[in-house]
Write a protein that binds this ligand. Structure first.
Ligand SMILES: [Fe+2]
Ligand SMILES: [Fe+2]
Length: 154
């Protein structure tokens, strides 16, 4: 099992590859790509909030305010994504909103990867990182199922 840092970075890369498609998408491709973003981003963010961020605050208290900022960024991005999912992809302003959302996520990912996660991986033990990786994966799976709602089991 890979440690939690690797798992988080892998998710970021998957998200980035959907963003690249979204930036070049025709309007009719946008809804499907936004759903792909939602299924990657929402469970990832919620699992970070449930499993990873509390561990960071505990192990690296100096990162607490960055973690709080990160939480706010998650919520803002999720609200924008909800708005986009409810929008007609040809509506004026959609392109700008997509670009803004992608920009916010890239900024957030950069902060996690360049600042928060390196301090965390320095302070945490390999065993902690590996256990958190398992908890992160389980939390993500749970969130994905709840995001999909009844449709998966129906
Ligand atoms: Fe992340
Ligand atoms: Fe995050």
């Amino acid at each position: 099992m890979s440690g939690v840092i690797t798992l988080i970075k892998e998710d970021h890369q998957k998200l980035e590859s959907v963003f690249k498609k979204l930036e070049k998408a025709e309007p009719q491709e946008i809804p499907d790509l936004l759903r792909q973003v939602q299924e990657l981003l929402v469970p990832h963010s919620k699992a970070e909030e449930k499993v990873v961020y509390p561990a960071i605050k505990q192990i690296v208290p100096d990162e607490s305010s960055d973690v709080e900022d990160g939480l706010e960024e998650h919520h803002h991005v999720e609200a924008t994504l909800e708005q986009l999912l409810a929008s007609d992809p040809e509506a004026p302003g959609v392109d700008g909103l997509i670009a803004a959302m992608i920009g916010e996520v890239r900024h957030h990912v950069e902060e996690e990867e360049e600042q928060i996660l390196p301090s965390f991986s320095e302070a945490a033990s390999n065993q902690q990182l590996s256990e958190l990786g398992e908890q992160f994966t389980a939390a993500k799976e749970e969130e994905l199922q709840s995001l999909r709602g009844g449709s998966a089991g129906a």
